[in-house]
Design a binder for this molecule. Sequence first.
Ligand code: BES
Ligand code: ZN
Length: 456
Amino acid sequence: MSLDAVLSRIDSDLPAAMDRLMELLRIPSISTDPAFADACDRAADWLVADLSSLGVKAEKRPTPGHPMVVGHLDGDGPHLLFYGHYDVQPVDPLDLWHRDPFDPQIEDTNKGQVIRGRGASDDKGQLMTFIEACRAWKAVHGSLPCKLTFFLEGEEESGSPSLVPFMKENADELRSDLALICDTGLFESKTPAIVTMLRGLLGEEITITGPDMDLHSGMYGGVAINPIRVLSRVIASLHDDAGRITIPGFYEGVPELSDELEAQWQGLAFDHATFLGDVGLSRPAGEQDRTPLEMIWSRPTCEVNGIWGGYTGDGFKTVLPAKAQAKISFRLVGDQDPLAIRENFRQLVRDMLPEDCEVSFAGHGASKASMTQTDAPSFDAARKALSDEWQVPAAYVGCGGSIPIAGFFQNILETTPMLVGFGKDDDAIHSPNEKYDVESFHKGIRSWARILAALT
Ligand code: BES
Ligand code: ZN
């Protein structure tokens, strides 16, 4: 079947494809905030309608949380599943946005045209690249060269609480020859990439309490224990001077980089000075005996994402606070066991707790790292298709972020995940003024058309 005709169709349909994406971006589907539950539902409805217009038998499927969208399209050839997520991150701090995050707009910038708005890159723009490729294929050839299942989630940004039960209950329906996931990025903005390693994620919220109430720090300061000081000491003890994490047993299951991966990554000649320079930094701050790429892709981390307590308003208040809190997350690699790490972390905190203090913990998700083997012929085929579109050899890369479903495809469905995406490092995902380059969107659609041709 002719690929050229599909690519031409994609080019001529680009303005209409952008209009469709803008419609989806106008729906504020923030999954973590219950105030936006209705919008999540509407985003799912929008996708069901859009997939139905392609002839996909699509349905909104309820879960205890936000609905899944599942669709099937019959066709000859291999059975491919496509996964993306329609939910987005909260928009705060809103005052740093230059426009309404849910009133998207095409903007001209010195690096080309961008689509600006929450979810433009993560993940609505990305998931629409695949749907648009299917639309063009169908328009040109009347049918697709494969059997397709669409699986679109609405809870990815809030830890996917309904995902595992849903996948287990619907395993037979979702199992396929290959799962395509579009939720990752290019390598250094011009090089297409297939992600072969994702880090896992463990979240812990910790609350340390001391006195029964906030106290006057003149009256009680010095004699009363201060929970913020206790929490600070705990946090300061989590890393040593060389950047290693001190939780007992933390590095169990962390593998050394294989010679093959080390060679692959050296070949990438990652420019860490630019990567850091773009965000106003200069010095890699992880484990001092590791390269910057290792720090991001193959080494585990422990980061404090938020810390609060006492008086943080304007002016000054001489308070000795009753409690102190922090959100701490761990990126995990290799075979690290999230639940063992959670237990060892909690024990470390309890062991450091002075008399009169108490601690409580709340867990937020616990997913293992995942890794994909690339020796199946489909990986070579996809890599060649990507290289043809971008005119540079596609790279096998790691990804510092976490997409827990990649591991679930392997473990629950025995389906290999293939992670291809077109985001750029400066897309500001999860941040104010998120954008997706029109180039990413356009070449992303073309890339999927080429991959579909190559896999079938
Ligand atoms: N699309 C991202 C994953 C990602 C991050 C890909 C960075 C490429 C670069 C995904 O939507 C995401 O943000 N995942 C969360 C995990 C989730 C469990 C909250 C993450 O990595 O923090
Ligand atoms: Zn995402």
